[in-house]
Design a protein around this ligand. Structure first.
Ligand code: ADP
Ligand code: MG
Length: 620
């Protein structure tokens, strides 16, 4: 039989290898930036057009390449960074595989200009799909410029697979942040479609963080420092009072390389134990220096995972170091959870006494009103939620106030529920009877009886469903009710956050936000949706940005959908909140007026039913 095994031609092998190295434009950015850093650059310029699909260019003032090296650098396994296998265990550079340039050149149009110090003229080289188009001499300063155009031009399937320019750009910006944070001593400029997105001067780490994430970041940072035989830890954590709902600002660097490590992340979270409200996340910028021989970076092709020899020790050191910082900078005694009313948080209990005077001087307190229940007084933020014309929500949120009026209040809390058919509830025609049959269980569930038995409703998920459908409806029929603010709200945002908001501006307007100006790092808001209290606008937008960022990786829902989900999540009543009985009823009614009452917007079950038969069985 004839021999059938053949060696793949180089350009085919390179294309296959490229699949591993280059997943999307952001991977090219990472490789090129890392090469520039390895070349000892002190200033690096990144230019991106069309979400990186049209152009990615990195210009550095590093050591450059000789004419021969310039050509060789595009060969597979061509690297100047290691010579023998043992070098792998003592890496001081970012690259070492010698694959990046060969891979990129196999699937794009690449143009390189480079010059080393000691020669007059540099090299200009053009390669398309691994084919050298020309190589000539050129007058350029010392350093290297790499321009990568038309990524995946010869693999249409991969090119079609790329997300929108906005999404790809977000990935690139994330990558840029990681590299820029790992190297504050290098100046970076980042241009997108002709405009400068970031100009980062050389500086220390704190300055770099502030330049990237905005001036409001400065006051949040608590320094962290520890040096042991195993590891040197430096960097910053965010003060607990600035915890965010997003996981955006969580960075680990090991030997100046950005990594993801769930185990070490857990160590940080553990150090914050008792200081984190549920649903919030600590922000951190942590730099670990370890002996290169003690880690294996080779474990993952895109190299964001690292394997440590002794993870347990590292975990313990990291946790105690952060605890120490939190203590040393008086973060713990200074904690102020005044606005945190979540009764599940131990610290809220701790501070309970201190909150009492606040209640006594509550301007909204009406001594002539029967208080009628527990807990609601201690929720100052609820007062902000009262809005004229929103009786239903008044009823839901404020319990006490809804009792201020006359009996007709009760019918008004049901205005969302007109569509109820009446078959679900026992004695639907007798409201008093229905009222008598709801009660709240453990500040978490609403229990009510139905013809066949009982329903147990998760209050938070139910409210999410109600709000979600409401926002969807409003933005679809373009009838969002907006309340104009007396004084525009000026909120600081990082450049990339404000870019995200600007992207979804139209959808935001759809649900009732109004904007005056979008600056690079501030957003001026003149109107907010009726259901969003002014005091929570900032939190809601932060959450929205976080959700949009996560959506990048996930399925592409419509913007309106993401927005409605975020608003529903942020504004819904939470587990632990006491609901007055008429609020409970309003919620139940509103829930069953929804299109899909069974599941929350996040696909979690909203209620369960227990039939009389089920109960009977238990008594056998
Ligand atoms: P690696 O970085 O793993 O060595 P690459 O394919 O990224 O592999 O680069 C191949 C070689 O080309 C590098 O080892 C380096 O010698 C050279 N090189 C690449 N980019 C630059 C640059 N910006 N400046 C100087 N030399 C570079
Ligand atoms: Mg490289």
């Amino acid at each position: 039989m004839a021999d059938i095994i053949k060696l793949l031609p180089d350009h085919v092998a390179n294309q296959i290898a490229a699949g591993e190295v280059v997943q999307r434009p952001a991977s090219v950015v990472k490789e090129l930036l890392e090469n520039a850093i390895d070349a000892g650059a002190s200033t690096i310029k990144l230019i991106v057009k069309g979400g990186g699909k049209t152009l990615i260019q990195v210009i550095d003032d590093g050591k450059g390449m000789s004419e021969t090296d310039a050509r060789l650098s595009f060969e597979r396994h061509a690297t100047s960074k290691i010579q023998k296998a043992e070098d792998l265990f003592n890496l001081a550079t970012k690259g070492f595989r010698g694959e990046a340039l060969a891979s990129i050149a196999a699937i794009a149009h690449v143009e390189m200009q480079t010059k080393i110090e000691s020669v007059e003229l540099g090299t200009h080289l053009k390669i398309e799909g691994s084919r050298v188009i020309f190589q000539e001499l050129v007058v350029v300063p010392k350093g290297t410029s790499m321009a990568v155009k038309n990524l995946f031009f010869n693999i249409p399937a991969r090119r079609n697979f790329l997300k929108s320019d906005t999404v790809e750009l977000r990935h690139i910006t994330d990558e840029f942040h990681r590299v820029a944070l790992a190297h504050p001593q290098i100046a970076f400029q980042y241009y997108v479609n002709g405009g400068e997105l970031f100009g980062l001067p050389q500086g220390n780490l704190r300055q770099r963080i502030v330049h990237i994430f905005g001036s409001k970041t400065n006051q949040k940072l608590v320094p962290v420092g520890e040096e042991t035989q195993v590891v040197k830890i430096s960097g910053f954590i965010n003060k607990p009072e600035f915890l965010k709902k997003s996981r955006g600002e969580q960075f680990f660097f090991v030997n100046d390389r950005f990594i993801k490590n769930p185990y070490l992340h857990h160590a940080v979270v553990a150090a914050f134990e008792g200081l984190i409200k549920p649903g919030y996340h600590p922000g951190y910028f942590l730099y670990l220096q370890v002996n290169p021989a003690a880690i294996d970076i080779n474990i993952h092709p895109t190299k964001t995972e690292v394997k440590f020899d002794d993870e347990h020790t590292l975990y313990a050191i990291l946790r105690s170091t952060i605890k120490h910082s939190l203590g040393q900078f008086s973060v713990i005694p200074g904690l102020d959870f005044e606005t945190d009313q979540n009764l599940e948080t131990p610290y809220a209990y701790k501070d309970k006494n201190a909150q009492l005077p606040k209640v006594a001087v509550d301007a909204d307190f009406n001594p002539f009103v029967e208080s009628g229940g527990t807990g609601t007084l201690a929720r100052p933020r609820q007062h902000a939620k009262i809005r004229a014309g929103e009786k239903s929500w008044e009823g839901l949120y404020v319990g006490m106030e809804s009792k201020m009026g006359n009996a007709s209040d009760f019918s008004s809390v049901r205005f969302e529920s007109d569509t109820i058919t009446g078959s679900f509830f026992e004695e639907q025609d007798d409201e008093k009877q229905a009222l008598a049959t709801t009660f709240q269980l453990r500040r978490k569930y609403i229990v009510t009886s139905i013809k066949s038995g009982m329903v147990v409703i998760d209050q938070s998920r139910a409210h999410q469903r109600v709000l979600y459908e409401k926002f969807l409806r409003q933005s679809t029929i373009k009838q969002a009710v907006s309340q104009q603010l007396l004084f525009p709200l000026v909120l600081p945002f990082s450049k990339s956050d404000s870019a995200i908001l600007s992207d979804i501006k139209d959808s935001l307007k759809g649900v009732g936000f109004d904007f005056k100006v979008f600056n690079e790092d501030t957003v001026e808001i003149t109107g907010v949706p009726l259901l969003v209290p002014e005091s929570e606008v900032s939190m809601v937008l932060d959450q929205l940005i976080a959700d949009c960022q996560q959506e990048v990786a996930g399925e592409s829902f419509s913007q309106t959908d993401i927005l409605s989900k975020t608003l529903a999540k942020s504004l819904s009543v939470k587990t632990g909140e006491v609901l007055e009985q008429d609020s409970q009823l309003a919620l139940v009614n509103d829930l069953f007026a929804c299109k899909e009452p069974m599941v929350s917007p996040f696909n979690k079950p909203v209620y369960i039913t227990i039939t009389e038969k089920d109960i009977d069985k238990k008594f056998i």
